[in-house]
Design a protein around this ligand. Structure first.
Ligand SMILES: [Zn+2]
Length: 330
């Protein structure tokens, strides 16, 4: 009998990433297709079905079998129904029963989880999370996601449709507005959108900037990478935005570490590429603010799996789902 595999799928606002993994976490194939975030959900589904079928067909040629699919999706999800309630990166997916529709098309079980939770599962399976029993996962992207691993397992809370939402922990009630409607959330200080909003505001207030930066802001094409580049060129406002990012992350993690009695976090997501710009400020805050923690024992790890961490986690979700160890399947 041939080898068995699961497909992990990371559905982002720009791309759908897919990978084929065996039970031990070995990766066999990687695919990337446009997610067509602004198109109808049916066309995203159609592309996804076709790409899964291609992976399944390729394995059949050497007598391998694909047993299940795991999906990681950003946003609020109805896990029992396999439905996207609301996804900021995929606004047209709201209400769409993605998991059951994919299952019907492929004829194998499909499991779905929030993107920050699949980041945590990926780190637990193949990353830094293998070495600690209790830790907080943080994903720095357009927004800030989080997860909690307790006793070596992902914490699922009361099944409220959200868990580990560290991005909406308030670090400064008088701080900038957040996409959730609150003010001063961690996400309003430590996300890609906080960087671009902060830089745009500096521009509007007349802060001197090089022409490439002014043009990116004027054409509304400013990205966190631009702010990173400006900071590395010594722009004081860009440097200050990363300082605030580190400070806010340190404050949020310090509060949660103190409450939970833990001292480890794993940080990933695209904006974590700017590690050296915010990490010293994060550690400075963690070492000076929370009084009950031992500063030298705090461990903040940067993901080694890079942008593939959620993909590993989505495949792990499928394997665990097959063993009946997590949530519900569609
Ligand atoms: Zn918020």
């Amino acid at each position: 009998m041939g080898k068995a595999y699961c497909i992990g799928v990371d559905i982002g606002g720009t791309f759908i990433k897919m990978g084929l993994f065996d039970e031990k976490g070995e990766k066999y194939a990687l695919e990337r297709l446009p997610s067509q975030a602004l198109g109808p959900p049916e066309s995203l589904l159609e592309n996804l079905v076709q790409a899964c079928r291609n992976l399944m067909e390729a394995r059949r040629a050497d007598e391998g079998r694909v047993l299940a699919v795991g999906l990681g999706v950003a946003g609020k999800l109805d896990i029992p129904e396999g439905r996207v309630v609301f996804s900021p990166n995929l606004p047209n997916m709201a209400g769409f029963p993605l998991a059951p529709r994919l299952k019907d098309a492929l004829g194998i079980p499909v499991f779905m989880e929030n993107d920050a939770n699949v980041f945590g599962l990926g780190e637990l399976w193949a990353g830094q999370g293998r070495h600690a029993a209790n830790w907080i996962g943080v994903t720095l992207g357009t927004g800030v996601g989080g997860c909690l691993v307790a006793g070596g397992s992902l914490w699922l809370g009361d099944g409220l449709g959200f868990v580990g939402e560290i991005g909406h922990v308030i670090v400064d009630p008088h701080g900038p507005p957040c996409a959730c409607g609150q003010t001063g959330c961690l996400e309003a200080h430590a996300s890609g959108s906080a960087l671009t909003r902060g830089m745009t505001q500096a521009f509007q207030e007349g802060s001197p900037m090089p022409s490439w930066l002014r043009e990116a802001i004027a054409s509304q094409s400013l990205t966190p990478e631009h702010v990173d580049k400006a900071a590395r060129a010594g722009h004081p406002h860009a440097l200050d935005l990363f300082r605030r990012m580190g400070w806010a992350l340190g404050l949020a993690l310090g509060n949660l570490f103190t409450f939970l009695g833990i001292q480890t976090a794993i940080v990933g997501g695209g904006v974590s590429e700017a590690w050296d710009l915010f990490f010293p400020h994060l550690m400075e805050t963690l070492k000076t603010t929370p009084r009950m923690l031992h500063p030298t024992k705090i461990r903040i790890y940067r993901t080694h799996l890079g942008s593939l961490a959620p993909l590993y986690g989505a495949a792990r979700l499928a394997w665990q789902g097959l063993q009946g160890r997590l949530g519900n399947s569609s």
